[in-house]
Design a protein. Structure first.
Length: 277
């Protein structure tokens, strides 16, 4: 009897060991597959992180490069990137090599539509349906393959400006579009500064109210307490003066932006007049 029980117990232990072995293999292979296929099923939004800020100057090869516009039409599988380039080296090299790459799809077709010494518009074709990040690259001519001299600019599915379609325009059409974009940008700046002025005006009202309360309390304070109150009043007065100076500066900036808008509107009328002529 004892021998039979021992054999039975051994078979059970062996069966359990085999069972746990298969469970281990299942989870090991499953985890392995999950890890290496994650980029295939993960949301593109979760993979989209890199972005080059619009209108921010990037230093590269003694040049200042600024993204004016980066738009994406899902229907056309098309992007359009507009750049402002200032060559501070004055070396006469004002043409560049362009390329673009998407995180999963690899290299994409690029087509220049405007190429001037300080103004470039490039179209990026064949954007995949599911994409995360796109990098647009510039290189100096004759120096392809040297990564240290390659400028990479980024956008992603979460940040790119989405439009219904991207129409092919002539130079004047793109110029008017650029001017319209600049006006919209300045109007946004004005709105932000006006909001900041309102916040500072509210702060000044609160400071004045608090100062009145402190003055009222001084009548019933000891000499030591009054000294502390005077210090608080002095600090509050400094904050009030600082906010008032900030408001003056912001109003001056607003007027300057409005003047820029007027100048751009004159340029638009001039371009449209040339187009009509």
């Amino acid at each position: 009897m004892g021998g039979k029980g021992s054999k039975k117990s051994g078979r059970l232990r062996k069966a359990k060991g085999t069972y746990f072995f298969y469970i281990f293999i299942f989870f090991f292979i499953g985890g392995y597959a999950l890890f290496f296929s994650s980029r295939g099923w993960m949301s593109t939004q979760s993979l989209a992180k890199k972005e080059t800020e619009l209108h921010k100057e990037v230093e590269w090869e003694n040049r200042k490069v600024r993204i004016i516009r980066w738009e994406y039409s899902e229907e056309q599988h098309l992007m359009e990137v507009e750049l402002d380039i200032t060559n501070t080296k004055y070396d006469g090299i004002d043409t560049y090599r362009y390329s673009a790459m998407e995180t999963n799809a690899g290299f994409l077709k690029v087509k220049p539509v405007i190429e001037e010494s300080d103004w470039v518009i490039i179209q990026i074709h064949n954007i995949p349906e599911k994409w995360a990040e796109v990098s647009f690259r510039l290189e100096l001519p004759g120096k392809a393959g040297e990564a240290s001299e390659k400028l990479k600019l980024y956008t992603n599915i979460n940040k790119v400006a989405k439009v219904d379609s991207l129409e092919i325009l002539d130079r004047k059409g793109y110029l008017v579009k650029r001017y319209d974009g600049e006006i919209a940008s300045y109007e946004m700046e004005i709105a932000e500064m006006e909001s900041e002025i309102e916040e500072k005006e509210e702060k000044i009202r609160n400071v004045k109210l608090e100062m009145r309360k402190l003055e009222e309390k001084k009548e019933y304070q000891t000499e030591e307490e009054q000294k502390n109150t005077d210090q608080l009043l002095s600090d509050a007065s400094v904050q009030q003066t600082s906010s008032e100076e900030d408001i003056v500066e912001l109003k001056e900036k607003i007027e300057e932006r409005k003047e820029r808008i007027e100048n751009i509107q004159e340029q638009i009328e001039k371009v449209k007049g040339e187009t009509d002529g």
